[in-house]
Design a protein around this ligand. Structure first.
Ligand code: ADP
Ligand code: ASP
Ligand code: MG
Length: 453
C-alpha cells in the first residue's frame, strides 16, 4: 500500500486532472490511497474571500466565490460527460458554494477571522477537487471509495494550535480505512483538512497536504509516501531563482527536514517527521513528467562522503530580535523567561545566537511585534529588525569543513551582502545565516554557482 499525494498544481485544470488519473492507473497494483489538494490558487482565493469578509468588502467576497464556483463548474464541464454523474457533481458544487456564501456572510457579521469558521471555509477547496477527481475516475470505470479526511486526520482544537494527534489518527484510520482495504477499492481523500476528536473542522495550515499524506502514511504503515508536484523532485535550489537547479536523486530524512524547515516550499516543514518515525520512504515526483525519477528520501545513514553542499533554501519574512542586557552575564534564568514569553505568542524561534550581553534570535514577521517587544523588554533593551531572510545550505559533513564557512563569508563579503547572524555549526548537515530580504536572490545565486554548479 502506498500514499499518493497530488498538490494543487497537479490538479490545476482538467488536463492536469487527466494526467493524475493516468498516473493513478499506473500505480493501481500498489494499492494507492489518494490524498488531494485543492486546485491551484483556490485556497488563496478562499483566504482572500475571508479577509475581504472581515473588512465587509461584499463585492470582493462575491467575486471570489464566483471565481471558485466557475473554475470547478468549468472543470466538470470539460471532464465529465456521463449525464447523471455531471448532474450530481454540478449540484454538489452549487450546494458547497451556497454553504460558502453563508459562512462568509457570518464572517461579514462578526468581522473577525473566527478560528472555528476559518477551517470550514478553507476546506471547500479540497472537498471540491477530491469530488471532481473521484467522479473522473468513476467515469473511467475505476471503483473508488471517497472518504472525508475529517473522519481520521484528528487534531487538537484551534485554540490549542490544531496539532495532529498521531494516536487518534491511527485509531481513526483503523476504524474508517482498514476495514475497507479488504474490498480493495481506490481510496480518495483530502489533504490539509482535519477535525478535532469531537468533529469540529480544523486544518493543518497552509501547504498542509504533504503533512496529511505523511500522517496518514505513518498511521497505516504504508510502503511508500509519494508527493506528486510540478518539479522533478527536490532540487538544488528554488527553481524560480535558479532555473537550472537540478533534482537530487536521494536525500536523507534529516536533510529533507532541514530544507523544508528552512523554506524549500516543495515540502511542508513538518511533513517528514511522521514518515521518519516509521522509516517510510518519501518520494517526490513530477505529475507533468511522471517518468522522471524524482527524489527519494530515505532513513538517515552515516555517509562517509566528502563534505559537500546539496541544496540551498531560503525563508523570507524574518524578523531579527536582539536583547541587550548586562544581566545575561550573571542571571541565566533570564534566558528561560525570555523564551517562555516568546512561546506565549506562539512564536517559532528559528535561530539563536548568544554572547556575553546579547541574545539574538529570529522569528517570523508578525503584526503585533510592538506588543512582543514590550513583553520582552523586562530585562534589557530589545531591538527589532524586520525585512530579513534566513538562507541555509544543506549537505553532508558540513561541520567538519571550515573551508565552506570561510568561502561563504568571503564570497558574501566581496559581494557586499550584509550577514546578520551565523548559526554555530551545531549540525553536520546544515549551515544558516541571515541576510536582508533584498539580497536573497543574489545570495542564492552566488552560493549555487560556488558550491553546486
Ligand atoms: P504543490 O502544489 O504540489 O504542493 P508547491 O508549490 O507547494 O507544490 O511546491 C512545489 C514548488 O516548490 C515548486 O514549483 C518550486 O517552485 C518550489 N520549490 C522551492 N524550493 C524548491 C526545491 N529546493 N526543490 C523543489 N522545488 C522547490
Ligand atoms: N490547499 C492547501 C493550501 O493551499 C493545502 C495544500 O495545498 O497543501 O495551503
Ligand atoms: Mg505544497
Amino acid at each position: 500500500m502506498i500514499i499518493m499525494k497530488f498538490g494543487g498544481t497537479s490538479v490545476k485544470n482538467s488536463q492536469a486532472i487527466l494526467n493524475v488519473v493516468a498516473i493513478i492507473k499506473k500505480y493501481q497494483k500498489r494499492k494507492p490511497i489518494i490524498v488531494l489538494s485543492a486546485m491551484a490558487g483556490v485556497t488563496n482565493t478562499l483566504v482572500a474571500a475571508l479577509q475581504a469578509a472581515v473588512k465587509q468588502q461584499k463585492q470582493k467576497v462575491r467575486k471570489c466565490i464566483d471565481q471558485i464556483n466557475t473554475l470547478h463548474l468549468h472543470t466538470v464541464a470539460e471532464l465529465i460527460t456521463a449525464v447523471k454523474l455531471k448532474e450530481n457533481l454540478t449540484h454538489f458544487i452549487t450546494t458547497e458554494t451556497e454553504k460558502l456564501r453563508v459562512l462568509l456572510s457570518a464572517v461579514e457579521t462578526i468581522r473577525f477571522e473566527s478560528e472555528n469558521l476559518m477551517p470550514a471555509i478553507l476546506s471547500v477547496g479540497e472537498i471540491l477537487s477530491s469530488q471532481i477527481l473521484n467522479a473522473t475516475l468513476n467515469q473511467q470505470g475505476i471503483k473508488t471509495q471517497y472518504l472525508d479526511a475529517r473522519k481520521f486526520i484528528i487534531t487538537t482544537d484551534p485554540q490549542n494550535g490544531s496539532k495532529p494527534i498521531p494516536r487518534a489518527i491511527r485509531r481513526a484510520a483503523a476504524k474508517h480505512i482498514v476495514p475497507l482495504l479488504k474490498k480493495d477499492p481506490l481510496i480518495i481523500t483530502q489533504g490539509f483538512i482535519a477535525a478535532t476528536p469531537e468533529g469540529v473542522p480544523t486544518t493543518l495550515g497552509r501547504n498542509g497536504s504533504d503533512y496529511s499524506a505523511s500522517l496518514l502514511g505513518a498511521a497505516l504503515d504504508v510502503d511508500e509516501i509519494q508527493i506528486w508536484t510540478d518539479v522533478n523532485g527536490i532540487l538544488t535550489a528554488d527553481p524560480t531563482i535558479i532555473p537550472s537547479a537540478r533534482p537530487l536523486q536521494m536525500m536523507t530524512f534529516d536533510e529533507a527536514s532541514e530544507l523544508a524547515y528552512f523554506g524549500a516550499r516543495v515540502l511542508h516543514p513538518a511533513s517528514i517527521q511522521p514518515a521518519m518515525e516509521q522509516s517510510i520512504p518519501v518520494r517526490v515526483l513530477n505529475s507533468r513528467f511522471p517518468d522522471e525519477k524524482g527524489t527519494i528520501i530515505v532513513p538517515n545513514i552515516t555517509v562517509r562522503e566528502k563534505p559537500h553542499v546539496k541544496s540551498i533554501a531560503y525563508k523570507e519574512n524574518i524578523t531579527l530580535v536582539t536583547l541587550q542586557s548586562s544581566s545575561l552575564l550573571f542571571s541565566p534564568e533570564i534566558l528561560g523567561e525570555f523564551f517562555q514569553r516568546m512561546t506565549r505568542y506562539g512564536k517559532h524561534v528559528y535561530a539563536v545566537n548568544k554572547s556575553a550581553t546579547t541574545l539574538s534570535l529570529t522569528i517570523e514577521k508578525q503584526e503585533d511585534i510592538a506588543r512582543i517587544v514590550k513583553e520582552l523588554s523586562f530585562s534589557g533593551d530589545v531591538h527589532i529588525e524586520s525585512g530579513k531572510a534566513i538562507v541555509s545550505i544543506v549537505g553532508q559533513n558540513l561541520k567538519h569543513n571550515p573551508v565552506i564557512v570561510w568561502q561563504i563569508i568571503k564570497m558574501l563579503g566581496e559581494a557586499k551582502i550584509k550577514l546578520d547572524l551565523i548559526s554555530q555549526m551545531s549540525s553536520q548537515i546544515s549551515f544558516m545565516f541571515i541576510v536582508d530580504e533584498k539580497d536573497i536572490e543574489k545570495t542564492v545565486k552566488l552560493l549555487h554557482r560556488e558550491f553546486i554548479e
